[in-house]
Design a protein around this ligand. Sequence first.
Ligand code: MGD
Ligand code: MGD
Ligand code: SF4
Ligand code: MO
Length: 668
Amino acid sequence: MSKVATSACPLNCWDSCGFKVTIEDGKVLKVDGDDSHPITKGKICGRGRMLADRTNSKERLLYPLKKVNGKFKQISWEQALDEISTKLHEYKEKFGTTSILHSHDYANSGLLTNLDQRFFNAYGGVTELTGSICWGAGIEAQTWDFGDSYAHSPTDIQHSKNIIVWGRNVARTNMHLYEVLQEAKRNGANLYVIDPIPNATAKIAHKYISIKPGMDGLLAIGIMKELFRLQLVDNEFIDNFTLGFEDLEALLQSVTLDQVSEMTEIPLDIITELAHVYGDCPTATLLGLGMQRYDNGGNTIRLIDALVAVSGNVGIPGGGANYGNKQVGQSFQFNELTLPNMKKTSRTFTMMKQAEGILNAIDPEIKMIIVTCGNPLTQVPDTNVVKDAFSSVETLVVIEQFMTDTAELADYVLPTTTVFEQEDIYYASMYHHYANYAPKLVDPPGEAKSDLWIWTQLAKRLGFGEVFDFTREQFMEMSIKDLAKNGITLDQFKKEFHVELPVQGVPWEDRKFKTPSGKFEFTSQLAEKKGFNGKLTASLPKESVWNDKPLAEKFPYTLLTIHPMRSNHSQHYHLFPVEPKVRVEIAENLATNLKLKENDYVQVWNERGTIEGYVKILKNAHPNTINIDEGIWSKYGGVVNRLTPSRESDNGLGSTLYDCLVNIKLLS
Ligand SMILES: Nc1nc2c(c(=O)[nH]1)N[C@H]1C(S)=C(S)[C@@H](COP(=O)(O)OP(=O)(O)OC[C@H]3O[C@@H](n4cnc5c(=O)[nH]c(N)nc54)[C@H](O)[C@@H]3O)O[C@H]1N2
Ligand SMILES: Nc1nc2c(c(=O)[nH]1)N[C@H]1C(S)=C(S)[C@@H](COP(=O)(O)OP(=O)(O)OC[C@H]3O[C@@H](n4cnc5c(=O)[nH]c(N)nc54)[C@H](O)[C@@H]3O)O[C@H]1N2
Ligand code: SF4
Ligand SMILES: [Mo]
């Protein structure tokens, strides 16, 4: 007899879907959408469905493994935990706790996943990662401008007259927004897509605007110039609720419209048209993460924020500079969960430069790395250096479900559970404001254990077992404690499975911003306090003809490495029925100029590395642009991050993954 249970998607994604999971004989048979979820409404993507295959896969890690003479050998949990805790104890005694690096990303959006931080804090504080490869620059940009990064609720978009999807690959990465866009179109809204690649969302847009990668800030400058010329700005908002307008004005005067058009490679009339669109409020701007993965990424998002502000689209229904929605995560009690006060010492490396951090660390050197919820060997830029770094330490421990590129390098691999094998509450601070409860549905295979069980066992052996002397239920209670004043309880989560969090649907409606001045800041006081120049600039990508001509002559094409359709980063490729291949997607002008045909085998390279793959011609993609989807494992020929730079963006310790010049040639 099969039964259907309610669950939730744990993947790092905009949508945070509700699931219905069919279970038979203690096994997950299939994963479908939960019709009753108010936002995701019964629809899920293939990555969500494939979580059944991930859970049942024969390739699951089932036992603790230890590398002996270069080969993995199965060991007992007892041995693994004893040996790892002994090392943690010895390293602490000899070199101090910061000789341990905790390398992680956000592969699981469960609240209790954060308990890894609780472990490392109680241990005394380790070397931690700061910043974010994912969205760091944009979050910092919005923090400088508004005081935080808040988005409008998904339903608010039905108030928009115009919608600009700016560097977000909605149909692929944020599927429920795609449906909302179609509905808004049916209700009469006009849809514009600005992107170097004419993605599936561009196909349903009234207008697709092809832009040279990394030039969006300049485009925003051009649109603002036209808004002022056409007198379509909101003077009341500028006069009463903003700071630093004179600096913005001076910047707008320093660039001509012809320069904007020439450098963004967008015709003048389109810039004017976009000014009319922004002036015709309410216009919603839906920002993606693509255009902030450049050296000038933070400034880009700030210029678009400024455009949204001067056009009067801040704090009104149907408007907004919608990027992250940090109000969602702010609903939970992370301090109680992670106990930052227990940390006695700490050191930080940035996520981007973790490899350099490891290789250059002195006093103490990094002796041990523990990896959770991340696969740095495929996902962190400049893979060749990452590999050197992760190979250089005495002890590498990876907590994983599968033998990933990172796990392959490990000294100890500890098998962990999937979403259906443990209870948790899931949320995403990206799009909607519902958190989802997922109970434990099946037993884990082999000896796989939850991450929490592993921390609990290690904590006991290290003498701080009491810090983990709570049940999952108690930890969940702890994380939602503050929501009690809104009448939200764990019982409600367990009964209803998705709970609406008390956040604002139209942020900044009261025109009270969380910046130091309380205003929207064109010139950021917070930035200045942190030692940056708080003014907006007309900065350009680093790997560009303007900033590095010799490099641009040697490597004339921009390489994007956007998120794959059917995999969440590196998590699904190995489950595809047909083995994945590296697809090198090229703009048509490259095919013509270099005489490349569909399926030709090519090499793409720069000074950091090289990759080979099969040509796919991208019709209407911006000239001189190449894309190779990120996430493919090295065994399938992938790891495109061998080519990407590990520089940090202009603010927020974000990434510069797409600020990457390459060359390409036909092989054989
Ligand atoms: N299928 C799938 N969905 C996912 C994920 C996944 O791996 N697979 N990952 C999830 C995660 S962690 C994240 S962070 C989100 C990311 O979600 P998105 O922000 O939608 O995804 P990205 O792949 O980062 O790229 C977004 C778009 O930016 C465009 N772009 C690149 N450079 C520029 C530029 O200079 N200017 C402009 N205007 N556009 C540019 C790309 O062409 C692409 O269409 O997706 C989430 N959803
Ligand atoms: N070139 C390029 N690189 C990129 C990007 C890009 O656009 N281009 N995007 C960047 C972005 S936006 C992001 S968010 C990062 C994502 O980077 P990662 O989060 O490192 O990527 P994932 O492939 O999701 O790998 C996470 C690993 O965590 C494991 N895992 C899943 N659930 C759990 C769990 O509950 N416990 C434990 N211990 N492990 C678990 C999975 O098996 C998987 O191997 O990649 C970044 N890298
Ligand atoms: S990956 Fe995203 S869209 Fe797909 S099921 Fe999970 S939350 Fe939903
Ligand atoms: Mo991400």
